[in-house]
Structure formats: C-alpha cells, structure tokens
Design a protein around this ligand. Structure first.
Ligand code: AMP
Length: 192
C-alpha cells in the first residue's frame, strides 16, 4: 500500500499521516522529518540541507530520491508507506514511480487535504510560536505555499492522468474530525 498524502504546508499532513498508520497498517514517511532529523544530528547531509530547509526551498531531486529510496528499503516499509512531502514535483513523481516499479509496486492512492489559505497561515504562525521550526517565518511560509501551488499541485494531476484514485478530504476543523473524513474517503475507495 503506497498512499501519497498531499496538501499545502500547514494542512495537517504530518498529524493526519500519523493517525492513518493504524488504519492502513504502514508507516508514515515524511521527507521533511527525515531531513530535519539529519539537520538536528549535524550529519554531512543535514549540514548541507539546513539552509534550504530554513529558507523553505526545495532540496535537489537526486538527493531527495536517495533519502526516500533508503527509507523505503527499511523493513518496516516492506508493506508500503504513507508518503508525506514526497513527491513534490512531477520529476520526483516519475522517479518514485520508477523506483516502485523496480520492486513491482506502484502508487495505490492519493489523498489530498484541502485547507483555505487564511486557515493555513494562521496554523503556521501558531506552529512557529510553539515548535520554533526554522521555516515557519513569513518569507519561508510564502515560498513554501507558492512552491506547493506551482510545483506540487501538478503532481496530483499527473497521478489523476495515470488513473490513480485521487481522494479529497476537507482538512479544516479539529484533528479528529479531519481524521474521520480521511478514513471515510479511504474506505469509500476500498483502501482502508
Ligand atoms: P515539510 O516538512 O514536508 O514541509 O518539508 C520541510 C522542508 O524539507 C521543505 O521546505 C524542503 O526544504 C525540504 N523537503 C521535504 N521534502 C522535500 C522534497 N520532496 N523535495 C525537496 N525538498 C523537500
């Protein structure tokens, strides 16, 4: 089961992906979390990507593909994963599809969390105060929102064009309400 979770920054992807691990029986794989862990540990990779993370800019595709492929090779991902933050560009989507095809797998379902821009900005400002994420500042927030609209939304159309089920869930509301909507969407498509 390979489930891709899409939604703009602040749409609650990380929180909802964690909650969906039980429903789908596969781990949550967040490329942002993987990179932040590398940066916090001060590894060579982490030191290299830290300035990009802080500016809300994308890490180069080749590097991202390596990070993701290594994570998907871990035993806990043998049955699949909920991917959060990857693929972010059509180029990454093609690389992911090629990687999955090598092991006879493919993307099974795409789930999109929809949240309006005013709510998103409010949530990101709140998260900045609570979590002190380097990229939760106004300039980086604007960069990440623009990147999502320009580069990542086309990935959803790319999968739709390939005939992969694209499910949408309203991401506005409290965590449990949104979780129930995501489970209902996955159930209606027969994947949860
Ligand atoms: P996220 O936690 O998904 O918002 O990701 C935080 C940051 O990590 C992004 O702003 C990028 O700098 C970097 N990042 C995460 N995933 C990717 C990806 N698939 N491609 C390029 N950069 C990424």
């Amino acid at each position: 089961m390979i489930c891709l979770l899409f939604g703009p920054p602040g749409s609650g992807k990380g929180t909802q992906a964690e909650l969906l691990t039980a429903a789908l029986g596969v781990p949550h794989v967040s490329t942002g979390d993987l990179l932040r862990a590398e940066a916090a540990a001060g590894t060579a990779l982490g030191r290299g990507v830290a300035p990009l993370l802080a500016a809300g800019e994308l890490v180069p595709d080749e590097l991202m593909q390596q990070v993701l492929e290594q994570r998907l090779r871990a035993p806990d991902a043998a049955r699949g994963a909920i991917l959060d933050g990857y693929p972010r560009t059509v180029r990454q989507a093609r690389a992911l599809d090629a990687c999955l095809a090598r092991t006879g797998r493919r993307v099974d379902v795409v789930l999109v969390l929809g949240v309006d821009e005013t709510t998103l900005i409010g949530r990101l400002v709140h998260r900045a105060a609570e979590q002190h994420r380097a990229d939760d500042n106004p300039a980086s927030i604007a960069e990440r929102l623009a990147g999502y609209r320009q580069l990542t939304e086309p990935v959803i159309d790319y999968y739709r064009g390939k005939g992969v089920p694209v499910l949408e869930a309203n991401g506005t509301g409290d965590v449990d309400t949104v979780h129930r909507r995501t489970v209902r969407a996955l159930e209606s498509a027969g994947v949860a």
